[in-house]
Every structure is written in structure tokens, then in C-alpha cells.
Design a protein around this ligand. Structure first.
Ligand SMILES: [Ca+2]
Ligand SMILES: [Ca+2]
Ligand SMILES: [Ca+2]
Ligand SMILES: [Ca+2]
Length: 396
């Protein structure tokens, strides 16, 4: 009798939820998301609407050519005006470690008759509250599949991911919103730079595209807090190319300085230099942003430094760059961002896309070896030598 009860309980557990148990990091965790066989439709549960999901072959050319690695079939719907199907995956097995992130992608398309497809992704906590969401919006296309992508960091309270597909008809019999090759990958995000790699940006959290990027910056003075601003608000004007959706500003105080340090001793040696760049901006109310970089030796003496000065701007992001050589006794790089308020409640000094790359010197300007010892008037002799070099290059 006891055994019988156990068996019944196991069956309830097995069929009790619609989510799939095993999340493996680094691989697509969605089930049947390329629709290559008929049974793949069973992984998608109808939650609203009367239409049915169906597969079509790219060879019919409704959707144009098949995107790379998307197989032979895509998904559409028919037999009604609208349908939403979804699939939920238990992701708790993937969330254990710190710094997990996700990469979502899907191809969306259509026939050109105005019918639409929308893909929505929701990460939920144990109480089924949505913590992170993405929505492609209703998409319409003409015989072409378009790649949609979305990525973000995942917080440790997330338990499940739900993908829903909504097909909406405007014209004809079929609902010609198409979707294929849906992928959701959870993986460990790269650890913060604690050491240096030549030729790569060593600044952590440098474009503020996710909220956790603020954790890389430690407050060292002032009471204001870092906040991310969205370029779509127009405060900062148009986003510079490659700057993403968000920039950094501050609020709730008169000023704040935040900082981060990276040990760069692994990058040091002979003929080493750095390239720094960032965008600074503002709202036009006199508030300022300043960036300071200090390179220090093992005794914390400042060996090299750069300071943008307090910068104020009006709804425009301006590129600041600086390059210089570095002596090989340098051990750490410390970068600090200082926001100062003049007007209003927000500190409207803006910054985005901070890049600092340690690299081998590439041109003569940094690699000319001293050929004489400079003393007093010897400086004049060195100028003459440089002129001769330039003339020789022109002749060649
Ligand atoms: Ca496919
Ligand atoms: Ca149609
Ligand atoms: Ca950004
Ligand atoms: Ca202000």
C-alpha cells in the first residue's frame, strides 16, 4: 500500500508542471524552437486565441530564404484571427552562480500582408512576478526573416523563463507572421577585469547597458547615486554609434565621485602605451562630469595621469580621447568619474562607452630611444635630428 501511494505521488510531480526541469548553461534551453519536425509543435501551449500554429517549408518562399542554421521549416498560424502560444523553462539550475546572463535571439518574418508576429520573453521569480522582460513588439515583414536579439544580466531570484509567440491576422486566411530558430542561452558573464590583457578594454561596466554594470563603480565621495539614462528621453541627444541604449548620470545629491581600479602589471613591459576614449555630455543646465585616470606604481605614487576637466554640454555626447606611453614600473590603473550639480535635482553630467586599452606602442613618436643625454642647450640639437628624419622619409 505504501508503494502504491509513492508511485501516484511521483506521477503527479512528473506531470504537475509545464516547465522543463533541466537548464544547462551555455546551450539553447528552449524545446523544439526550430520547428524541424511535426512533434515540435507539442512543446508550445496555446494560452489565447483560436488559430492554430503550423509549420511551413522555406521552399514555399513565403518567408524568403532560410536564415543560416534555421533548417527547413518556420512557424506560422492559421484558422483564426489571433493565437498566443508559450513555453516555460525552469532555469533555477542555471542561476546558482553569480554573474549569469542570457542571450536571446529569434528570426521574425512575414509575407507582406500586414499580419504580425510578436515574441515576448519573461524571467520570473518564485512568486511568478516578472523580473526581466523583453518584447519584440508586433512585427511585420515581407518575405524576409529578420534577426531579433536581446541580452541582459540575470538576478539570483529568477526561477523560470517564459517565451510567448503572438500571431495576429490583418489580411487573408493564414496568419503570416513567421518565427524560427528561437534561442535562449543562459551563461556565465565574463568576470570583471582584475588584471590586464593587452589590446582589450580593461574598464568594467563601461557602457551601462544593464543595471548590474553600476556595481563595478565604488563611491568614494559625495552622496548622490549613479543612475542610468535612456537615450530615447532625448536628454543626451542621439546616442553615439555603438553606445547602446543607456548612458550614466547621477541624482539625489550635489555631487558624487565613483572609481574602479585594475591591476595592469601583467600588461607592462617596454614600449607600452594606452588609448583612452569616452563620450561625455550633459543637459545644458551647467552640471558637469569629469573623468580622471591615474596610473600608479606599487607604492601608489602617481606616474602618469589624465584629467578631462569638468565638462558641461547641452544634449550632445562629445568624444574625448587621450593616448600616451606608460613606464614599466606602473602597477595599477584607477579611473574616477565625478558628477557635480549646478541646477535642478538630477546631476546632468553624462558619460558612456568608456574604453581604456593598454597596448604595444605602434609608432615612432613613442619609440624614439634617447640618443643623447639632454642637458641645457642639448634640447636644440634633438629638434634638428627630428627634422632630418622627416626629410629622409619624404625623399624615400
Ligand atoms: Ca526551422
Ligand atoms: Ca495573411
Ligand atoms: Ca551605453
Ligand atoms: Ca541638473
Amino acid at each position: 500500500m505504501k508503494n502504491l501511494i509513492k508511485i501516484v505521488l511521483l506521477i503527479i510531480v512528473f506531470f504537475g508542471g509545464e516547465s522543463f526541469a533541466n537548464c544547462v548553461s551555455g546551450v539553447n534551453i528552449l524545446n523544439d524552437s526550430s520547428f524541424e519536425d511535426e512533434n515540435s509543435l507539442n512543446s508550445w501551449n496555446k494560452v489565447s486565441g483560436s488559430a492554430n500554429i503550423l509549420r511551413a517549408n522555406y521552399s514555399t518562399e513565403w518567408a524568403g530564404d532560410a536564415p543560416t542554421n534555421s533548417g527547413s521549416y518556420f512557424l506560422y498560424a492559421s484558422g483564426g484571427n489571433e493565437v498566443t502560444v508559450e513555453q516555460t523553462v525552469d532555469v533555477s539550475a542555471c542561476i546558482g552562480a553569480d554573474n549569469m546572463e542570457y542571450d536571446f535571439s529569434a528570426f521574425l518574418g512575414g509575407y507582406g500582408d500586414g499580419d504580425t508576429i510578436a515574441v515576448k520573453l519573461e524571467f520570473k521569480d518564485e512568486n511568478n512576478n516578472t523580473v526581466i522582460s523583453y518584447n519584440s513588439g508586433d512585427f511585420t515583414s515581407s518575405k524576409e526573416m529578420t534577426l531579433f536579439t536581446n541580452s541582459d544580466l540575470l538576478s539570483s531570484d529568477i526561477k523560470s523563463a517564459t517565451i510567448s509567440l503572438t500571431f495576429t491576422k490583418v489580411t487573408g486566411t493564414d496568419i503570416d507572421g513567421y518565427v524560427d530558430a528561437i534561442s535562449l542561452i543562459i551563461k556565465e558573464s565574463p568576470p570583471p577585469n582584475s588584471s590586464c590583457t593587452l589590446g582589450t578594454n580593461i574598464i568594467n561596466g563601461n557602457s551601462f547597458e544593464n543595471v548590474d554594470s553600476l556595481n563595478n563603480w565604488s563611491k568614494i565621495s559625495g552622496s548622490a547615486n549613479l543612475v542610468r539614462g535612456d537615450y530615447s528621453t532625448g536628454w543626451a541627444g542621439d546616442e553615439p554609434s555603438g553606445a547602446g541604449k543607456y548612458f550614466l548620470y547621477a541624482s539625489n545629491g550635489d555631487m558624487v565621485t565613483v572609481t574602479q581600479s585594475v591591476n595592469i602589471s601583467e600588461c607592462m613591459g617596454s614600449d607600452i602605451g594606452y588609448d583612452f576614449s569616452t563620450f561625455l555630455g550633459g543637459y545644458g543646465d551647467g552640471d558637469t562630469i569629469a573623468v580622471k585616470i591615474e596610473f600608479k606604481d606599487k607604492n601608489s605614487n602617481i606616474i602618469e595621469s589624465y584629467n578631462s576637466g569638468d565638462f558641461s554640454s547641452s544634449k550632445k555626447m562629445t568624444l574625448f580621447t587621450h593616448s600616451d606611453s606608460l613606464s614599466n614600473n606602473i602597477e595599477t590603473m584607477t579611473i574616477s568619474l565625478s558628477f557635480k550639480r549646478v541646477n535642478g535635482s538630477d546631476i546632468d553630467g553624462y558619460i558612456d562607452v568608456i574604453s581604456l586599452i593598454i597596448r604595444k606602442n605602434t609608432n615612432g613618436a613613442d619609440t624614439i630611444k634617447p640618443i643623447i643625454t639632454l642637458n641645457g642647450n642639448d634640447r636644440v640639437d634633438l629638434e634638428i635630428i627630428i627634422q632630418i628624419k622627416v626629410q629622409q622619409q619624404r625623399i624615400i
